[in-house]
Design a protein around this ligand. Structure first.
Ligand SMILES: [Zn+2]
Length: 246
């Protein structure tokens, strides 16, 4: 569908610090989503709503009944269907400016690398450490910026990585020797609004990385919904990191 993008994004173009040039930049940006569950749903909506022009949803999971109360892009009729395909179908008509594509089969590390290198940024919305380490490895290898989100119980966290030679990576913060055996988010409970907060923050961090790559820093933000406490720190590279400092 042909749309007048300036009219579609009129409210955003009224922002004092947002220009048509920046909108064009977002419209020409390509973002790959890993995981279209509780974090992928809100993060994708907000990246589309801000004007990202090309998104790919990678997820081989199927929609299940117990997903429905928090993964709002799916409904009862979608149970058993591909999450990636269903999310793409659900969003495409609302965001005609965007090209949304889907990867709904399981990929090994090499196949994921072949995909990742064609994108400007990766959103890691997966729910387990094993996937996060693979995504981190391929983003380092391809020098692609990464925004990583996670949420379990009452706590959510979001981290941005530029993945330049001097910047830290996911494993600088969470070494796999220490965390690979940790319980995954998919087995723990979740205070569902935390997913909305983290998904939205992931979208904001992605926009900052895409529009201001030079001034963006790697930040770690943690939100505890039990205490409503938000903490943020700037990350430093671990010179002994086995993923990015070898
Ligand atoms: Zn590292």
């Amino acid at each position: 569908m042909d749309i007048n993008v300036n009219k579609f994004f009129d409210k955003q173009l009224k922002l004092k610090n947002f220009s048509e040039r920046q909108l064009d930049q977002l419209l020409s940006s390509k973002v790959l989503f890993i995981g279209m569950g509780g974090l992928g749903n809100p993060a994708a909506v907000y990246l589309l709503s801000v004007g990202i022009g090309c998104l790919t949803f990678a997820d081989f999971d199927k929609v299940e009944f117990h997903n429905l109360h928090r993964q709002f892009l799916f409904n009862d009729d979608d149970i058993g269907s591909s999450k990636a395909v269903t999310a793409a179908n659900s969003l495409q008509s609302n965001y005609p400016h965007a090209a949304i594509s889907v990867l709904d089969s399981r990929m090994d590390e090499r196949q994921l690398f072949e995909q990742v290198k064609d994108y400007d940024l990766v959103m890691d919305c997966s729910d387990n450490f094993e996937t996060r380490y693979i995504v981190n490895d391929v983003c380092i290898e391809a020098n692609i910026p990464l925004v990583s989100g996670s949420a379990s119980e009452e706590v959510g966290q979001v981290i941005s990585f530029q993945n330049t030679a001097a910047s830290p990576c996911y494993e600088c913060l969470f070494p796999r020797k220490q965390f690979l055996g940790e319980e995954s988010c998919d087995r723990l409970g979740i205070m569902t609004p935390v997913l909305g907060v983290i998904g939205s923050m992931m979208a904001l961090m992605a926009v900052n990385l895409l529009l201001n790559p030079q001034t963006s820093t790697s930040t770690f933000t943690k939100i505890d919904s039990g205490t409503m406490k938000i903490t943020q720190s700037t990350l430093q590279k671990d010179i002994h990191c086995e993923a990015c400092s070898i």
